[in-house]
Design a protein around this ligand. Structure first.
Ligand code: SAH
Length: 324
């Protein structure tokens, strides 16, 4: 018998160590090179607003194949050479297989197992579809009492528990989720950014306001699967609770921007214009396919609304690019 978060941590560690996750899920940087380019330029503009510190740590958590960072580095080298000279790339990744894949794209990176191991100093931090992979706990309201979901032999088992941290709007029989590693990570980053300067940008999927309900999902070969069957065979994710993360970051002294829908964020950063530029030299059929992939990232009924962008900044910084 395991608590759900222990089960999810174990299943995902096995999954990321043994699978190419991109056989099961297609993430934004794998859909369009413009995504990583625009996030790199976002970091370079925030760096300028910080007074262009040299050196500056450019960190990414859960870089997958390293595509986002490789695209970010290429774009900033061309457009903001001062940033390219100042940035030191640090990657937070636990999977040895994915570290090896990242090293082929970004040979000068330094790897860490956790944000706690990053060196001190001003920081620009990026994370796309990282928080959704962190293990959650699920609590169920049973009248006046609460239970917590555990996993035994591929089935949920409820054991009596304390109420979850936010229990107010959860009705009888409903589930409340918490993601303690995400809250700890955001608290650590917000305190550090408030003290040493910088900003963090999170892009992930979830509602803008905390909502009750079971959001645990498994994807295997691009299809929904039973999250409890065969741990390590599927990618387990859950909705990111942006509202709780924003409250945590503000409490640590940082300024929070968003969450706003990914579609609005990428549109303001110029995704459509950048894609049109990339498409200009292509044959018509490939150019039109490229424009369609960009629209997949911004259209509300595709990835444009469910995915959100949220930034956590030093309180003296101006509103970062892409946020209203
Ligand atoms: N950001 C990438 C990949 C997302 S998949 C993209 O957008 O394509 C999730 C990534 O987070 C993988 O690289 C996985 O190995 C990593 N990861 C998952 N849990 C982690 C943890 N606890 N610590 C560090 N990395 C983790």
């Amino acid at each position: 018998m395991e608590r759900l978060d222990a089960f999810m941590a174990r299943a995902n560690a096995a999954y990321y160590a043994t699978h190419d996750p991109f056989a099961d899920v297609t993430t934004a940087p794998e859909i369009s090179q413009a995504f990583g380019e625009l996030l790199g330029l976002w970091a370079a503009v925030v760096w300028q607003s910080m007074g262009a510190p040299d050196p500056v740590i450019l960190a990414e958590a859960g870089p997958g194949r390293g595509t986002l960072m490789a695209d970010a580095l290429r774009a900033t080298a061309r457009m903001v050479p001062g940033f390219a000279a100042a940035r030191r790339v640090h990657l937070i990744e636990t999977s040895p297989a994915l570290r090896a894949a990242q090293a082929t794209r970004i040979p000068d990176a330094i790897w860490h197992g956790s944000v706690d191991d990053l060196p001190p100093g001003p920081l620009l931090f990026l994370a796309n579809e990282f928080l959704d992979a962190l293990p959650i706990r699920q609590f169920v309201r049973r009248g006046e009492a609460w239970t917590e979901r555990h996993v035994h032999d591929g089935q949920f088992v409820e054991l009596p528990s304390m109420p979850p941290p936010r229990d107010g709007d959860i009705c009888n029989g409903e589930i409340g989720e918490t993601c303690e590693p995400a809250l700890t990570l955001v608290a650590t980053l917000a305190a550090r950014i408030t003290q040493a300067g910088g900003a963090a940008l999170f892009i992930d999927y979830g509602p803008s306001e905390s909502a009750p309900g079971d959001s645990l999902q498994a994807l295997h070969a691009g299809r929904p699967a039973d999250p409890l069957a065969d741990p390590g065979s599927a990618d387990l994710t859950a909705h990111v609770d942006f509202q709780s993360l924003a409250t945590t970051a503000s409490a640590a002294g940082a300024t929070v921007h968003g969450p706003i829908p990914q579609g609005a964020f990428l549109t303001r950063l110029g995704l459509v214009q950048r894609t049109a530029t990339l498409a200009r030299t292509l044959p018509a059929a490939r150019a039109s396919a490229m424009m369609q992939t960009a629209h997949r990232l911004i259209e509300p009924d595709r990835m444009g609304r469910l995915f959100k962008a949220m930034a956590i900044c030093h309180p003296a910084l101006p509103t970062p690019p892409g946020f209203p």
